[in-house]
Design a protein around this ligand. Structure first.
Ligand SMILES: *Cc1c(COP(=O)(O)O)cnc(C)c1O
Length: 438
């Protein structure tokens, strides 16, 4: 099938079929690669132009020296700008992240976040960010951006939208320039939910007053792209650690940013080119494999997680379970869950009775599940946020956010659910009662 027909047909299929139906074939024309069903890995760092005119045209487009004509496409130039594997991957990611037009992939989730913020905020701007957030993001916002004049102001995840509005006005009345609101929802590790739609409305309202576009960015690593699509709720920029569910096999470190063409192509990709934070073609190939099974994996993990959460909730040695699927009507968090989450996902935290001693006994006794950070992979992982992923936070902040010594975070894998429960159960049985102090 000629390449131009292929593009036309795929565009029509995109309107008709679900992401999982298109994930194995979309955005790739076999005719360009000897008919291979799966895209070969293009390890070439540089690409041959058809002519000098073609090269000139491609550079004009890449450097935004003039407007793109309708349906005009640049030839590939150099793999720090883009690469066939990555272009296919980016097209396929937009299938899953509903409401987005464009994607940019990165060497890590951290480079996706850092490059995006650098491209959209300048010295003198202020970024509001929800806490708790991923440890790396927290460090970036508290220690690195302020050094180059980007001010950062934390607010608690799950805050009522009114609180965020107040904070925005407080910043503006101090003469500051709010440029971005950054959310992580569900928050890591407490699973606190922040209402994306309400915050998007506040961002829009404040943008009108400030006569500048305040970007709402959402780190969608925990539930996306299967179970939460922030662009549908009004977010402008969706960020990912693709190391987690998108990669799904704990064997690649990668990141992604998604949004409209203006945000992604005209801003973020320019900075990606200049900072050199793009993903490698080989890792792009791994993520293409991963996307083919994304729905199956995330569905199986979520199903397992529900069994685990319900089991934990009934266990006498468990004090509290943090998992959106157990929220009850009447809880304000439940309303947010209903509004913006399509499933509770597979991240669960829980407080074990009574403290660090018991948490460590449990973690040390696990056999099937592994004691490791990261999440979203095939294997069930467990960790202790207070002394591992969130050890960097100040003690006061840890207590305020509920990240205590009792807390254990689980990322549920695709193993048979009863085997996961059996392993958790035998580990729980190794937790011994404290001797009464006389
Ligand atoms: C892991 C993670 C990141 C950082 O991503 P890397 O791929 O490790 O650079 C950012 N946000 C969240 C929520 C994460 O879990």
């Amino acid at each position: 099938m000629p390449v131009h027909d292929y593009k036309r047909i795929q565009k029509a299929l995109r309107k008709k079929y679900r992401p999982e139906s298109l994930a194995p074939t979309y955005g790739y024309a076999p005719a360009l690669s000897e008919g291979a069903v799966v895209p070969p890995i293009f390890l070439s760092s540089t690409f041959v132009f058809k002519s000098a005119e073609d090269a000139k045209r491609s550079f004009e487009l890449a450097y935004h020296l003039r407007e793109r004509k309708p349906r005009e496409q640049a030839s590939l130039i150099y793999s720090r700008l883009n690469n066939p594997n990555l272009e296919i991957l980016e097209d396929r990611l937009t299938l899953f992240e509903k409401g987005t037009e464009s994607a940019a992939v990165f060497a890590a989730g951290m480079s996706a976040i850092a490059t995006s913020v650098l491209s959209l905020c300048a010295s003198g701007d202020t970024v509001l960010f929800s806490v708790p957030v991923y440890g790396g993001t927290d460090y970036l916002f508290r220690h690195i951006f302020p050094r180059i004049g980007i001010k950062t102001v934390p607010f608690p995840a799950g805050s009522a939208a009114g609180k965020v509005r107040e904070e925005l006005f407080r910043q503006k009345s101090k003469g500051e320039n709010p440029a971005m609101i950054f959310l992580e929802t569900p928050a890591n590790p407490t699973c606190a939910l922040t209402d994306i739609k309400e915050i998007a409305e506040i961002a829009r309202e404040t943008s009108r007053h400030a006569k500048r576009n305040i970007i709402l960015a959402v780190d969608n690593t925990f539930l996306g792209p299967m179970w939460q699509n922030p662009a549908e709720q009004g977010a402008d920029l969706i960020l990912y650690s693709a190391t987690k569910f998108i990669g799904g096999h704990s064997d690649v470190v990668a990141g992604a940013a998604m949004g409209n063409q203006e945000v992604i192509d005209d801003n973020i990709k320019v900075y990606r080119t200049m900072l050199g934070t793009i993903l490698s073609p080989f890792d792009g190939y791994l993520l293409l494999r991963s996307l083919e099974t994304l729905k199956m994996r995330m569905t199986a993990q979520a199903k397992n997680a529900r069994y685990v959460a319900e089991w934990l909730a009934k266990h006498p040695k468990v004090e509290k379970v943090y998992y959106p699927g157990l929220l009850k009507p009447g809880d304000p968090q439940y309303r947010i869950f209903q509004k913006q989450c399509k499933n509770a996902g597979s991240m669960i935290s829980f407080d074990i009775k009574d403290g660090r001693r018991e948490a460590f006994q449990f973690l040390n006794a696990l056999k099937l599940a592994h004691l490791a950070v990261s999440l979203g992979g095939m294997q069930t992982l467990a960790e202790h946020p207070s002394t591992m992923t969130h050890s960097d936070l100040e003690q006061r902040e840890k207590s305020e956010l509920g990240i205590t010594e009792k807390m254990i975070r689980l990322s549920i894998g695709v193993e048979y659910y009863a085997d996961i429960l059996d392993d958790l159960n035998q580990a729980m049985n190794k937790v011994t009662a404290r001797r009464a102090t006389s």
